[in-house]
Design a protein around this ligand. Structure first.
Ligand code: BDP
Length: 725
């Protein structure tokens, strides 16, 4: 078991689960009007494969018409109507939805479209694989039409990024690292299958920091081959576009979005894409962000930039996902009052209503960048006349890079379930995304997935629960995190209660643990932010030019750092700080403006307070830091033991792989703990009430080991080793 099949293993059920049940399984599979390589054809073969794996039964697909045996009928609603008549009353399907009826001898799996039928098959198999021989009717529709994976794959593998930017599961499955689409694309359909099974309907196949050479020469054929391999799984492809392409590959001397030549360039290129990939989902564009070119270069608005692409896509039904991740990464060199958390509303707030109707603004969940704790991006409260999608990360860029277990759904749910109180009324972020709050027709969930060639896809078996959960939540954002996890665990590791308990216990502790040992109270993941985004480096977030966090702490005392010897946190209030709090709707703004009503977990996000400041919990900020870092590391230390309990209940290959990572995490959490605690103890001069800091409980010092072939070196940051070496 190397993980390649993820949660789609179709492992044979034990006799005790199947006893007396097999007779009720239909004997044949009928697919109505399935053409070659269509999702409907895939649905038939997938059902056949699944039933053979799970139950050991061999079913024939579309045997002769004289065959009278019981059957699975897989069809679109239209084809079903023609053959058998209307669906029962009350079954209302929208795009990608399906109707599944297993009550009778024949099992009906009817999709609103072909993709929906395929989703219905996956649903049926998922239940069967969990030994649920359900006899029922199930009708389901998606919450949103846009359910996209984003891959940040580069054509070239150079530098330390490897071939996938912020990817931790090996090199790209699409590109060879030397500027070309791979000859061997055999991983593509395997990924299509995984995505389709959790109802993800599109995948963007190249990095948002886009390289236009993907659209030249033989690579165009390559893009077409990738699309052809995803299509049978009902997965469309999307492309990231480089704003300056008219200049870099088009031979023009401008990329001004209002220039006629530029407009013709994008129209022609888009027409060519659609000639090759008629079902292309659309484009993603990152413009005027982190050095990427964009319309602002020509004094045009971001909306004018977005509409340039939207117009080219429109005749083909394509969408333009325009990223709201726009900020001036040089601003903090120029203006130390700047607050990056304000940038999205500053750039986009005034553009509401100015986007064409096939533009969707894609907004990261928080105003900064995929941190362990952020308030929801205030931009969600501003775009009343624009479709929006949320951007999540399955890849754990700041969250341990798959070397740490971090089950993300509880974090995601905390964002989806936040009530923005727009106009003083209930307005959950999930309802803003779906379009319910502002009466919009289209919304979306997107996630940076960054799977790679590693057999585990993400580099870690347990991390796959996040990919699985992303799809499930994009379809139904109110699903319970534990329920999703239990489904995933049964499908991935079998039906053992013990494994389920262990995975659930660790996963549900993983967010609080990571937050505790890496940075709490909204101060952020205190990681190295200048480059790797991994490991502790608290000092890198003060006084730096890159702009993750700014020097502003308090206008009046102008101490100039986020943390100094007296106090800590970022003043984002309107009365004294950057007024980021004021970007939220009134009720929420009031809450964040005041320390009395700001929750502890966001206290240092919004406020700059003395280390002795008393939190709602009754603890001082500094003591909370100390305690939380010990607690977090202590929790991580339980993970290897928890996992040990399941030894022998699954294959050794996956057991050992997981154990290795959990042990690493337990060790690295101690490095985190001591580095952060030492840093703030040094800075504040306030000792830990419990006297632990500097004693380093449970830590094994290298000096006390006998090591051959090792020698001491000075470390950066100094806090990450005792004696600084
Ligand atoms: C940051 C990543 C960077 C991405 C950027 C983005 O560190 O690699 O290019 O986001 O989302 O989180 O565009």
């Amino acid at each position: 078991e190397d993980g390649l099949n993820g949660w789609l293993r179709y492992a044979r059920l034990d006799d005790c689960h199947t006893k007396g049940k097999l007779d009720s399984i239909p004997k044949t599979i009928i697919t109505l009007n399935a053409t070659k390589d269509s999702p409907l054809e895939t649905a038939g073969t997938e059902l056949q494969t699944g039933i053979s794996g799970i139950l050991g039964l061999d079913l024939e697909i579309n045997p002769g018409t004289s065959e009278k045996s019981t059957k699975f009928v897989i069809s679109t609603a239209d084809a079903y109507k023609e053959e058998y008549g209307d669906l029962p009353e009350g079954v209302d399907l929208i795009d990608d939805g399906f109707y599944l009826n297993s009550k009778d001898a024949d099992v009906l799996i009817i999709g609103s479209n072909q993709r929906g039928a395929l989703y219905g098959v996956f649903e049926y198999l998922s239940r069967l694989a969990q030994a649920d021989f359900f006899k029922d009717v199930y009708v389901t529709n998606p919450e949103v039409p846009v359910r996209w994976a984003n891959q940040w794959d580069n054509l070239w593998a150079n530098g330390t990024h490897g071939s996938i930017e912020r990817g931790y599961g090996g090199v790209s499955i699409f590109y060879d690292g030397f500027g070309h689409v791979r000859e061997d694309l055999s991983r593509v359909p395997l990924l299509g299958r995984l995505l389709s099974s959790v109802r993800i309907n599109a995948i963007v196949i190249n990095n948002v920091n886009a390289d236009a050479s993907l659209f030249q020469g033989t690579n165009l054929d390559g893009v077409q081959r990738i699309a052809d391999l995803f299509r049978p799984w009902g997965v469309q492809i999307g492309l990231s576009q480089y704003f300056a392409s008219p200049q870099t590959i088009g031979g023009l001397n401008t990329f001004d979005p209002l220039d006629e030549g530029v407009i013709t360039f994008w129209t022609d290129l888009t027409n060519e894409f659609y000639r090759r990939v008629p079902d292309l989902a659309g484009y993603v564009v990152k413009a005027n962000s982190e050095g990427q070119p964009g319309p602002i270069t020509y004094n045009r608005t971001l909306a004018e930039g977005a509409n340039l692409f939207a117009k080219a896509l429109k005749p083909h039904g394509g969408l333009l996902m325009f990223r709201a991740f726009v900020y001036n990464h040089l601003a903090d060199w120029e203006d130390w009052h700047a607050d990056r958390a304000n940038a999205q509303v500053e750039f986009f707030g005034e553009l509401d209503g100015k986007f064409d109707d096939n533009v969707v603004v894609q907004i990261k969940y928080g105003p900064i960048d995929f941190q362990v704790r952020e308030p929801v991006s205030p931009l969600f409260g501003h775009l009343r006349n624009t479709d929006v999608a949320i951007e999540l990360q399955v890849t754990q860029e700041y969250l341990g890079q798959q070397c740490h277990l971090f089950y993300l759904p509880p974090l995601w749910r905390s964002i989806f379930d936040f009530d923005m109180r727009v106009d003083g009324k209930e307005s959950y972020v999930r309802d803003i995304i779906s379009g319910k709050v502002f009466n919009r027709k289209r919304g979306g969930y997107t996630a940076v997935t960054n799977v790679g060639m590693n057999a585990t896809w993400l580099g870690s078996h347990l991390a796959m629960s996040n990919l699985y959960a992303f799809g499930r939540l994009a379809w139904e954002p109110t699903l319970d995190s534990v329920d999703i996890l239990e489904d995933w665990t049964r499908l991935t590791f079998g039906l053992s209660r013990g494994i389920r308990d262990a995975v659930t216990e660790m996963s549900m502790l993983s967010w609080p643990a990571y937050e505790n040992y890496t940075g709490n109270l909204g101060i952020q993941t205190l990681t190295d932010i200048l480059y790797t985004h991994y490991g502790p480096k608290p000092a890198s977030q003060d006084n730096n030019g890159w702009g993750q966090f700014y020097m502003v702490s308090n206008w009046t005392i102008k101490t100039g750092t986020r943390a100094n010897s007296e106090s800590i946190g970022m003043d984002r209030t309107c009365w004294n700080g950057t007024c980021n709090a004021g970007q939220y709707p009134d009720e929420v703004a009031q809450r964040f403006e005041n320390t009395d009503t700001t929750p502890d977990d966001l206290m240092l996000w919004f406020h700059h307070v003395p280390y002795s400041f008393k939190l709602h919990s009754g603890k001082s900020v500094i003591q909370h830091f100390y305690d939380a870092h010990y607690e977090g590391a202590e929790t991580a230390a339980t993970f290897p033991d928890t996992w040990e309990k399941v030894r022998g209940k699954l294959d050794d290959e996956r057991f050992e792989h997981v154990l290795h990572r959990l042990k690493y995490q337990a060790g690295h959490s101690i490095v985190w703990r001591d580095a952060i605690n030492e840093f703030y103890r040094n800075l504040s001069g306030i000792p830990d009430e419990a006297g632990r800091v500097r004693n380093h409980p449970w830590r094994i010092e290298a000096e006390n080991m006998t090591l051959e072939g090792y020698y001491p070196v000075a470390v950066q940051p100094t806090e990450s080793a005792s004696g600084y070496t």
